[in-house]
Design a binder for this molecule. Sequence first.
Ligand SMILES: NC(=O)c1ccc[n+]([C@@H]2O[C@H](COP(=O)([O-])OP(=O)(O)OC[C@H]3O[C@@H](n4cnc5c(N)ncnc54)[C@H](OP(=O)(O)O)[C@@H]3O)[C@@H](O)[C@H]2O)c1
Length: 261
Amino acid sequence: MDLGLNGKTALVLGASRGLGRAIAAGLCAEGATVLAAARHPSDIEAWRADLPPDQQTQLTAFHADLADRASIVALAERVVRDGGVDILVNNSGGPPPGAISTFSDEDWIAHFTVMASRFFLLASHLVPGMRERKWGRVLTVGSSGIMQPIAGLGLSNGIRGAIAGWSKTLSNEVAADGVTVNMLIPGRIHTDRLDQLDGAAAQRDGLTRDDVARRSLRDIPAARYGRPEEFADAAVFLASERASYITGSQLRVDGGMIRSV
Ligand SMILES: NC(=O)c1ccc[n+]([C@@H]2O[C@H](COP(=O)([O-])OP(=O)(O)OC[C@H]3O[C@@H](n4cnc5c(N)ncnc54)[C@H](OP(=O)(O)O)[C@@H]3O)[C@@H](O)[C@H]2O)c1
């Protein structure tokens, strides 16, 4: 299937490792030009060297710190000045674990800023150009906690619910202009973040990290963690021409983990 991504341009946030890296690499493999951003662009440049030589020139690394408003506005203005992007992939680091009752209002504001409102800010700069050009894709990486709250991830569950409301509302506002807005819902995809969360759970419960992983697998019908590339395949499809009539959706990439229908 030709995904129709050749010649499209994408901005992928949180692209130095994990899910963002896999999505950026997946878009390159389909012929897109990728602006890959994170706080450590040198990490992006390091993994770019592993791409096939003809794809390496399609990817440019940018510095962006979602905690720093000026950095995000500068990135957005530069992208708009250079003609905008067809695809925006909202992705960032996850918040620290903890029971929902343990966080202060300062915690909520700080993490909402990094995990949510900076995405909204970037979209406010980049979506108008997509609407003018009558083609665009906005993808946001969420979490299974949106559909089935994850114990011990209070900040994540709370903030990502707000992103789900934003994504669905935006999808309705821009659908008639050929811009689709969707969320990707990872279950347990094997990245550094997952290793850190399993490590924290092991410490909390007096287990080894392998014990925690085995315990997690009991809740996953596929009986394994997902690979970042499997997650990226779903993202690349949603970003593609072929997904033109899918909008306002939340696509689970979870090996069946979320229990609801
Ligand atoms: N993996 C899973 O199974 C899973 C499940 C549910 C939800 N999620 C969520 O999906 C997202 C990505 O997950 P992941 O596993 O790929 O996480 P990860 O391995 O921790 O990667 C996070 C990425 O975000 C970047 N980042 C972190 N803070 C940033 C900031 N302030 N500004 C700009 N970039 C920043 C990091 O790069 P730099 O350090 O270079 O900035 C890195 O590229 C996270 O929000 C996570 O909570 C993941």
